[in-house]
Design a protein around this ligand. Structure first.
Ligand SMILES: Cc1cc2nc3c(=O)[nH]c(=O)nc-3n(C[C@H](O)[C@H](O)[C@H](O)COP(=O)(O)OP(=O)(O)OC[C@H]3O[C@@H](n4cnc5c(N)ncnc54)[C@H](O)[C@@H]3O)c2cc1C
Length: 353
């Protein structure tokens, strides 16, 4: 995808795809393991490289969404999932390469979209699925994403088991959380053997913008300085990064973000409820919102406003609950008590049977 884009789909062309194809057998095994461990809910389930001596095949870990779990289980790859969703739409439904630059209301709930190439389109129903910096959201709400106080630097070490053995052993078969007050190294093993790391730092937002990431080696050593004295297997996840490091400032909308009904327009996914990734639910919620909206439209033929009301009624508490969890988890991962705070959280999950 060269350009950012948005879909313009007339309602008659919305199809609901099951976003979670999964193997029943594997799912049953996962559930059995979850019950055995006794956690309240798995934030992520990852397959072990080798079953443990008791035959346990999966680990429950925090910090990734269920899509990654499905990837780890070999059930659905992100790219495959995207293809499944795209293939569920009629040919030519999606108009690629249309970056929205402005959205203006017309009468009767219609809106006019202006694209970067100067062309325009008029909508009867406008659904903004355009992410964190949505151009559609301002029609509904004045809320803007705020910096959450934490920045990530994303790195990859390829072929972990052969080329980065010490780090690969440390990361193990699932995810690694190495936390301290105000900072952490969060890594997980991908199905292709890569070690994927988010280096997290509680810093002012301009701190990360002042680093010159066009010079990866210098940028990474500057980031690694923040972890001076940490185990070399851990700092290697930063300094041995083999892809261009990606800085990511974490932003969030207010936990209770909501709006009054506005005729002919709504939003789904991050546009509706941007949150830090620490609930591991952002991608799941985005797909869930889409499915719920589709169902609401199907259940209210000829009455879009009733459909949008029904969709938003459930959307608001659902997103507020995940956003509160994300906010809490982000704070406790890097608070003054880290890493004990995360351990306490896991222990509290164990006690809820
Ligand atoms: C570091 C990090 C780690 C994360 N880890 C996880 C995780 O482990 N699990 C999880 O579930 N979630 C995770 N998330 C969150 C997850 O990525 C998002 O919640 C999810 O991608 C939201 O989907 P979306 O479709 O709403 O928005 P996006 O994925 O942002 O998609 C928005 C789309 O709109 C398009 N667009 C934007 N602006 C315009 C415009 N003006 N005109 C036309 N098109 C436009 C974009 O090109 C894009 O295709 C993570 C996020 C971050 C930052």
């Amino acid at each position: 995808m060269k350009e950012q884009h948005i879909e313009i789909i007339s309602i008659a062309h919305i199809y609901i795809a099951n976003p979670r194809p999964r193997s029943r057998g594997r799912w049953q095994m996962m559930v059995a393991n979850i019950r055995e461990v006794g956690l309240k809910k798995p934030i992520t389930v990852v397959r072990r490289k080798e079953p443990d001596p008791e035959g346990k095949e999966f680990d429950l870990v925090c910090g990734q969404g269920r899509i990654e779990a499905f990837v780890a289980l070999g059930e659905v790859h992100r790219g495959d999932l995207r293809r499944i969703l795209l293939n569920s739409l009629p040919v030519d439904t999606i108009r690629w390469g249309h970056k929205v630059t402005a959205v203006s209301p017309l009468d009767g709930g219609r809106h006019v979209l202006t694209f970067a190439d100067g062309s325009t389109a008029t909508t009867e129903l406008l659904v903004g699925a355009d992410g964190a910096w949505s151009k559609v959201r301002p029609l509904l709400s004045e809320a803007k994403p705020a910096y959450a106080g934490t920045s990530f630097i994303e790195t990859y070490l390829l072929d972990g088991d052969t080329r980065h053995k010490a780090s690969a052993e440390l990361v193990g078969g699932g995810s690694l959380f190495a936390l301290a007050p105000g900072k952490g190294i969060l890594a997980h093993r991908e199905i292709n053997g890569a070690l994927h790391t988010y280096v997290a730092l509680n810093k002012p937002e301009d701190w990360i913008h002042r680093i010159d990431f066009s010079d990866p080696a210098t940028a990474l050593s500057q980031v690694a300085e923040e972890f001076d004295g940490w185990a070399p297997e851990l700092t290697a996840l930063i300094t041995d990064g083999e892809t261009a490091p990606v800085p990511r400032t974490i932003h969030a909308l207010p936990v209770e973000h909501r709006w009054d009904r506005v005729h002919g327009v709504t939003v789904i996914g991050d546009a509706a409820h941007l949150m830090s990734p620490f609930a591991g639910e952002g991608a799941n919620l985005a797909m869930y919102d889409g499915a719920e909206l589709g169902e609401a439209i199907a259940a209210n033929p000829g009455d879009i406003e009733a459909a949008l009301l029904a969709y938003e009624k459930d959307l608001f508490p659902r997103s507020a609950s995940a956003a509160a969890e994300a906010d809490r988890n982000l704070k406790l991962c890097f608070d003054d008590n880290a890493p004990q705070s995360l351990l306490d959280l896991f222990i509290s999950y164990r006690s809820v049977k």
